[in-house]
Design a protein around this ligand. Structure first.
Ligand SMILES: [Zn+2]
Length: 172
């Protein structure tokens, strides 16, 4: 039976629902285990269903080769166009012959508040966090992303898209 269309949802509830979708507030906590870049990219929309990343730009990008892992460091322009955030993606491979791809296991990080409040702890928990976590990053988030879905913010999402678009990370 379809829902009655005549019921008007107050704006305050609509806004709250937008910020924290019902699917994120219920259900089991995500299982632990290191994720691939593809998995984190797929989870992005689960954690940030309304995130607007269309006008974000990558201002700088560099890479460091460590043999079996490669560190990509970028600077992503913030939505306001004035500030910028530091983003990192460290990808792993099993042998020198293997290329880095979206199927590579990885660690990620961004200096923005959204990454900090929504995904830092889940990423630390799943060993998908790049670098040494701060004391704050080890505190479990209970309000934002309470299912602890390991993911990325829109800046890391944009950077991953950039690296894939320009062939630094293979699509498959
Ligand atoms: Zn970010």
């Amino acid at each position: 039976m379809p829902f009655a269309k005549s019921i008007t949802i107050p704006t305050s509830i609509q806004t709250a629902t937008k910020q924290i979708p019902f699917s994120q507030t219920s259900g089991p906590i995500y299982p632990q285990g290191k994720r691939t870049l593809l998995s984190l990219v797929k989870n992005f929309r689960k954690v940030f269903p309304n995130s607007d990343f269309k006008n974000l730009k990558i201002l700088q990008s560099s890479e460091k080769d460590y043999g079996l892992n490669k560190l990509f460091l970028g600077v992503c322009q913030a939505k306001d166009g004035k500030h910028s955030y530091k983003v990192a993606i460290s990808a792993h491979r099993k042998s020198q012959k293997e290329h880095y791809s979206i199927m590579s296991y990885c660690e990620v990080r961004c200096s923005c508040p959204a990454f900090h409040y929504w995904t830092a702890y889940p990423d630390v928990r799943n060993k998908n966090f790049y670098g040494r976590p701060s004391a704050w990053n080890k505190v479990r988030n209970r309000v934002k992303n309470p299912r602890l879905v390991p993911s990325i913010c829109k800046h890391v999402f944009t950077y991953a898209s950039y690296l894939i678009q320009f062939g630094y990370i293979a699509k498959r």
